[in-house]
Design a protein around this ligand. Structure first.
Ligand code: CU
Length: 371
C-alpha cells in the first residue's frame, strides 16, 4: 500500500495540530520515492472520559469526584486505491489499549441504473446504481505476550443453576465463566458461520500477575458483514482468510503473510492460500520457540449497500471495522487521577484544575472533594 499513500491535508485529513512525517516506497522505481507528509500523528480527544466517578453522599452533595479525560494518540496514513480511499488508523490509549481501524471514503464505483438493478443495490442518481459489494480487510498480527511462549483460549459466559445457599429449596441461576483452551490450529480458527466467542485471550502461562492470573491480551474484533462467497467457490480460494473471524496459527518463516497482492490476478490458484496455514493443524499451545510467536489474522470487513447518503462519498460512520487489543490486568486503568480534597467546594471543578500530570502519567486529571 506504500505506493498509494499520498500526502495528507492539514486540518482535513488530520487535525491542524498533527505532526506530519514523510513516507517512502520503492515500487516501480530505481530508488526510494518520497511522499511528503503521508503519515500524521496527533492526539485525539475521545469525548468520553477514560474513567470517572462521582461519589454521591446521597444528601445532595458528594464525597469526592475523580476523572481522567479520554485521549488517544493516533498514527494515521491513507491509501488511495482507484476510486476509493482508505484511512488507516492506529490508536494508542493511556490505559494500554491498542486499536487498529480503517475508514473507507472516496467515490463510489457505480453502474448503469436499471429497475432490475435494485435487487443489487440502490439508485443513487438518474442513471446510476450503487452496487452491493464488500470491502475485505484483514490484519495479520504477530503477537507476543511477555515472551513468545503463548497460548490462546476463548471465554464465554454461561449459566449455572444452583441451590440458593440462603434459602432452602430455592434455586438461583447465575453467570459463570466458561474457558475453552484452543490447543491446535483448527480449534483456533473461528468460522464466520458461528458467532465469535465473546472473549479472545492470548496469554503467557508462565508469566502471571500477583493474583495468579496469566498475563493476557484480549483481542476485540469489530466487523459488520458475513461471508463474501460460499466456501470453496472458485474465486473464494483467493481469500480463504475471510472464512474466519479470527484464525490463530503457529508462526513460520515461510508464511510471512496471509495473503498476496497477486491473488487478485489468480484467485483460482492464489500464490498464498491462508487455509494451508491451518490445514496441518499444528499445536499452538505454549509455544516456547524464540521468535515463534503465534500469528492471528483478525478479519474485519465492511459491506456497503451504497445508499443515497453515500453519494458521492460514502459516509464513514458505518464503515469503521477494526481490531483492538486490550491488556488484561496490565497497565491498569491509568491510575493517575488526582483527587484533591477541598472541603469548601460545592461544585465539581470549582477548586480542581486540570493540572499537568507527573511525567509517568499518561494524561492529566483533576478531582474535588466537597462537603
Ligand atoms: Cu464500498
Amino acid at each position: 500500500m506504500g505506493a498509494s499513500s499520498y500526502e495528507l491535508a492539514r486540518g482535513v485529513d488530520c487535525p491542524e495540530t498533527a505532526a506530519f512525517l514523510d513516507a517512502h516506497h520503492l515500487l516501480d522505481a530505481d530508488g526510494p520515492v518520497r511522499f511528503p507528509n503521508a503519515l500524521c500523528v496527533f492526539e485525539l480527544p475521545t469525548g468520553v472520559p477514560l474513567r470517572r466517578h462521582f461519589d454521591s453522599d446521597f444528601q445532595g452533595g458528594f464525597n469526592f469526584y475523580a476523572g481522567l479525560e479520554g485521549r488517544a494518540l493516533v498514527l494515521r496514513t491513507t491509501s488511495t486505491v482507484y476510486n476509493y480511499d482508505y484511512i488507516w488508523d492506529f490508536l494508542l490509549y493511556p490505559n494500554g489499549v491498542l486499536e487498529a481501524k480503517v475508514h473507507a471514503t472516496g467515490y463510489i464505483h457505480a453502474t448503469f441504473y436499471t429497475p432490475e438493478g435494485r435487487r443489487y443495490g440502490s439508485r443513487v442518481h438518474s442513471h446510476l446504481l450503487g452496487n452491493i459489494h464488500t470491502h475485505l480487510v484483514h490484519y495479520k498480527v504477530d503477537l507476543d505476550v511477555a515472551g513468545s511462549g503463548n497460548s490462546f483460549e476463548t471465554m464465554d459466559i454461561g449459566f449455572e443453576n444452583i441451590s440458593n445457599p440462603w434459602s432452602a429449596g430455592a434455586r438461583v441461576v447465575q453467570p459463570r465463566l466458561q474457558r475453552e483452551p484452543r490447543r491446535r490450529e483448527r480449534d483456533a480458527a473461528l468460522p464466520l458461520a458461528r458467532p465469535a466467542p465473546r472473549y479472545l485471550l492470548f496469554s503467557n502461562p508462565r508469566r502471571r500477575n500477583r493474583w495468579g492470573h496469566r498475563r493476557t491480551f484480549r483481542l476485540q474484533l469489530s466487523s459488520h458483514a458475513g461471508p463474501v462467497l460460499p466456501r470453496g467457490w472458485r474465486e473464494e480460494r483467493g481469500v480463504t482468510w475471510a472464512r474466519y473471524h479470527l484464525a490463530v496459527t503457529r508462526r513460520h518463516e515461510n508464511e510471512p503473510s496471509s495473503s498476496s497482492m497477486y491473488s487478485q490476478n489468480d484467485p483460482w490458484d492464489p500464490p498464498v492460500t491462508f487455509e494451508s496455514f491451518i490445514r496441518d493443524n499444528e499445536t499452538i499451545e505454549d509455544q516456547v520457540t524464540p521468535g515463534c510467536p503465534k500469528q492471528s489474522p483478525g478479519d474485519t470487513r465492511m459491506s456497503h449497500g451504497d445508499t443515497r447518503g453515500d453519494f458521492p462519498s460514502p459516509r464513514w460512520g458505518h464503515t469503521e471495522p477494526g481490531v483492538s487489543v486490550w491488556f488484561i490486568g496490565a497497565p491498569t486503568r491509568g491510575g493517575h487521577a488526582r483527587v484533591t480534597r477541598d472541603k469548601h467546594s460545592t461544585r465539581i471543578g470549582a477548586a480542581g484544575q486540570c493540572q499537568p500530570s507527573p511525567p509517568a502519567s499518561p494524561s492529566c486529571a483533576w478531582g474535588v472533594t466537597a462537603v
